[in-house]
Design a protein around this ligand. Structure first.
Ligand code: 9MR
Length: 466
């Protein structure tokens, strides 16, 4: 198994509170951990969340935080769903309205709500060409790249340990037949912006499942082929991607494709998991109900299709409400599509296999904090490779530039670094701050990371003002 697939499947461990809930629901239905076991319909779930939990999956909804004060809305959310996605509250414009000034209040409210109700959280989205703050529009080149990486790092660090899966990069591929990347300010910083974002996200929150998320990729077409080629390249080179999200917005013109399940399966065969992330189906009645049921059955047929999220709760909550695309009508009444979705979940399918997390070495103890700075290294490794996350903590005088030195054993080579610069890749390696993380207040920490082949750093780490 390659390191990425080992790492990706390792992220499926539910938060403790949810795990307990899932287990209590699953008990007596199916043996947990049996990859090919079929969930029985003998003890049918009476809600979407309970029925999905019977197969080891979550069933989520995109949630608008300002609707959490609507009792009808929140009643359905708490009763039916086991996962939430921030509809807009964790996007770049919402979280970093001015450069390096972060506002997390709305996102925090959603995460607290989820934690109080044992729900998972999908983070959406760290890097996207849309819904950027105005200040990014005047940036380009390395300045924009650094701003994007700082954004990814700061947001993922803020929510570290509380997010089940992050949409790290959203909608980066072009529509139509070109099969290439979408032109955007982020794309113009260089083709490697996507992998740089994934590395920064991994360094910031090593426990989150990291997803690439897109639309019109639900069947096989030039766009999904292009995403497939990227994922294959990432997994081959050890870029930390765990998952691909399929938005699954369906309309009369763009229905559930005939090869929906086969398309999900080919991504799983690359070693990543797949998730349905923004499901909605325009229409009503039995045709809408059939489409929902097809999507659910396709996911349940694939053990590494680990969760389904619909793009809102009631039709009137939808960003395209005139299409009446959701499972509840404007009064909160269950639609025909709700019933077929619940029935499909209760009919069961493959169960999601729980797998152990990767080997993680705890940080080395930092030296006494009376000098310029200290640096501690946390290592996530697998046979032949590693990702190191380094925390630089400023001493009493603070820092306006820093350099971290470490010695790599022979056979170990740095292949990539993020949020720091280095000039040599083997032996005695120095990592220097980049622009945005030079200044660090007294006692405050900042992180950078690097990836390599071999065993990773083992000796003493030094840190000095530069
Ligand atoms: O649901 C979101 C809606 O409230 C916003 O107005 C809209 C603005 O772009 O974004 C909607 O969500 C998008 C999601 O984040 C990514 N996939 C497509 C959705 C529609 O653009």
């Amino acid at each position: 198994m390659n390191p990425v697939s080992a790492r990706g499947s390792g992220r499926r461990t539910a938060p403790p509170r949810l795990r307990a809930a899932l287990l209590s629901i699953v008990t007596g239905v199916v043996a947990v951990g049996t990859t090919v076991a079929l969930a029985s319909s003998a003890s049918a779930g009476t809600t979407l969340g309970a029925a999905a939990a019977g197969t080891g999956r979550s069933f989520g909804a995109a949630v608008a935080v300002n609707r959490l004060s609507d009792s009808g809305y929140v009643g359905i959310l708490n009763r039916e769903f086991t996962s939430v996605t921030a509809e807009n509250e964790m996007k770049w414009d919402a979280t970093e309205p001015s450069p390096n000034q972060f506002t997390f209040a709305s996102g925090d409210k959603l995460v607290s709500h989820a934690e109080a109700h044992g729900m998972r959280v999908r983070g959406h989205a760290l890097a996207w060409h849309q819904q950027q703050p105005r200040w990014t529009t005047v940036l380009s080149g390395p300045a924009l790249r650094n701003a994007m990486l700082n954004h990814v790092t700061q947001v993922a660090t803020h929510y570290r340990g509380r997010i089940d899966a992050w949409n790290v990069v959203n909608e980066a591929f072009a529509d139509g037949g070109s099969g290439g990347r979408r032109d955007s300010n982020l794309q113009r910083t260089g083709d490697d912006w996507i992998e740089a974002a994934f590395r920064a996200a991994r360094a910031a929150d090593p426990g989150a499942t990291l997803c690439y998320n897109d639309y019109y990729t639900d069947g096989r077409n030039p766009k999904s082929d292009a995403v497939y080629a990227m994922v294959r390249d990432f997994t081959a080179r050890g870029v930390p991607i765990d998952c691909v999200g399929f938005q699954s917005h369906f309309t009369a013109q763009s229905p559930v494709p005939a090869d929906y399940q086969a398309n999900l399966q080919r991504f799983v065969d690359l070693g990543v998991e797949v998730q349905i992330t923004e499901l909605d189906v325009e229409g009503s009645g039995s045709s809408q109900a059939d489409s929902y049921s097809r999507v659910v059955r396709a996911c349940l047929a694939i053990s590494r299709c680990t969760g389904i999220t619909v793009s809102g709760i009631r039709d009137t909550d939808s960003w395209r409400s005139s299409a009446t695309p959701l499972l509840f009508d404007g009064n909160g009444t269950k639609k025909a599509a709700y019933t077929t979705t619940l029935d499909a979940l209760n009919a069961g399918g493959t169960t999601v296999p729980p797998t152990p997390p990767p080997t993680t070495t705890p940080p080395t103890a930092p030296p006494p904090a009376d000098g310029d700075c200290t640096a501690s290294v946390s290592l996530s490794s697998w046979p032949g490779g590693f990702v190191a996350t380094v925390t630089v903590t400023a001493g009493p005088a603070g820092l306006d530039g820093w350099v971290v030195g470490l010695t790599l054993p022979s056979g170990t080579t740095v292949t990539n670094a993020w949020s720091a610069q280095h000039t040599v890749a083997t032996g005695d390696v120095s990592f220097r701050n980049v622009g945005y993380n030079a200044t660090v207040g007294a006692g405050i920490g900042t992180e950078f990371g690097f990836q390599g082949t071999g065993d990773g750093p083992t000796g003493t780490t030094t840190c000095a003002h530069a």
